[in-house]
Every structure is written in structure tokens, then in C-alpha cells.
Design a protein around this ligand. Sequence first.
Ligand code: CP
Length: 302
Amino acid sequence: MRHLLSTGDLSRDEALLVLDTAAELAQVGDRSVKKLPTLRGRTVVNLFYEDSTRTRTSFELAAKRLSADVINFSAKGSSVSKGESLKDTALTLQAMGADSVVVRHNASGAAHRLAEWVDGAVLNAGDGTHEHPTQALLDVFTMRERLGRLDGLRVAIVGDVLHSRVARSNVLLLHTLGAEVTLVAPPTLVPVSVHTWPCSVSYDLDAVLPKSDVVMLLRVQAERMHDAFFPSAREYSRRYGLDAERFARMQDDAIVMHPGPMVRGMEISAEVADSTRTTVNEQVTNGVSVRMAVLYLLLGGS
Ligand code: CP
């Protein structure tokens, strides 16, 4: 594999190799000196056209823990404002010696286009409403760590599936690894193409909750919405939000996940967000190990 653009490109063995490598590399985070010399002399560019808290910092930390040089490029404050294209921006950074480009862009397909233009490895850090493969890998890593298995795991992905790159990447990866996914959303927030996805669909969260080992909540992505998809935030929260009352109806060992950023009081109540069965912060920690694994495997670390 040369790039990481979609979880749909990963075979079962390749996905498990990433998870197993991440499990080994996680031990680096427990040391007093959190660094390996593996990617010394290599350069990783973080090319971010959209805002990010978790993904950008964790890719930066992952590359630095492997001793790579890191360039953080944000479209804001760059020559993008003067009209420079994604292609010319990427070729400029490549001309300075980038071995790998981590890209986040608001256009679905941007990472695929970039992979046609640059010589180095391209890692998709989120392209529009399309995919976010490292998020799905860290989510699956967290499920395996918490619940000890992936095969046969029943995962409910709840919320704004229509605008979610996290949902698509998770559905493809979880299917490859033998889990059963149910998407739960209002009909207006389900993509028309969902019948081609390897999962089932429900509009009734209360029916799905007691049968789920994992409940993954998605943020309503107001910044991508140009229509009214539900009557009000209150109505959405009442039907699709996870509050303490619904949480109490889940199985005793079931976990709650969220890729972040969370909107407390909308898709998740503060009480549920702070529960020990909610893995939001573990997901962030695991994200560093998973991104170290992906950089290591793609850049041929030794
Ligand atoms: N989950 C995620 O992609 O978060 P950021 O947008 O903060 O990177």
C-alpha cells in the first residue's frame, strides 16, 4: 500500500497489521523518553485546509515520536488566499523535500487527486463528507482494546451520517473486520446511496440501543448543512441524543464512542460524555499510536 486514502482499500490482514503495529508503538507513549529514531531524516507535511484539533496535533505528535521532521501547513495565512491551487501548494511543499503529505480538505476526493500529483505517501486526514480513515482505525483499535474482539461486534453509528466521513470509513473498516454496523439517523440525514454500504439502517435509536455493544455518536455538522434537516436542535436531541435515561437502557458492558468534537447537550449529554464507559479521551490517545503505525508502515520505517 502506497497511500492511505480509504479504509475500503485495506484488506483484513492490512487493517490488522496497522492495529497490531499501533499496539506495539503505544508502549512508546508510556516511556519517559517518548521517541523512536525510526523516521529520522524523513519529512511529513500536515496540509490542512479545514480546522482540526485532534487529527492535526496527533499526526504531528506521531511523526515527532518517530523522529520525522514535521511541517504544519494551514491554508489560513498561506498563499492559498492569493489563489494558489491545492496542486501547486502540494508541489511547492514537495519541492522542499516532503516525503509524505497528510491532507485535510473540504472537497471529497481531494486526497485521491493529491495522490496523483505528488511522489510521496498521501494520508487522508478527512476529505469533505467522504472518508477519514485514520479516525476509523483508531476507533476500531479502541473497540478491540476495550471489548477484546471485533468479529460479530454490534456497532450502532448514530447521527448525521449524511455529512460524516467518519461513518463511511467506519462502516467499510468494521465490515472488513467482521463487525455488524447499524446506522441510526433521521431519514433526512441518511445518504441516498446507503443501500450500497455494507450495513443496515434504522430510524429508531431506542430499538437499536439495547442490542448494541458499541454506540458511536456523530456530531451534527451544521457547517456543511445548507437546508433544514430536522425541525429543531431540541427535537433532534430528544429523538437521537444519548442522555442518561437512554444510557441506562444500554447493555452493562456496552461502550459509548465519539470522534470529537462533541456538542454536549445535542448528540450527547454531559453526564454520558463524562462516563467511564465513554471512550472519547482514549480514542484521542489511541489516535497517536495508530497514526504512528500508519506513518511507520507507509514511510518504510526501520
Ligand atoms: N475527530 C476529528 O477529526 O477531530 P478534529 O476535527 O479535531 O481533527
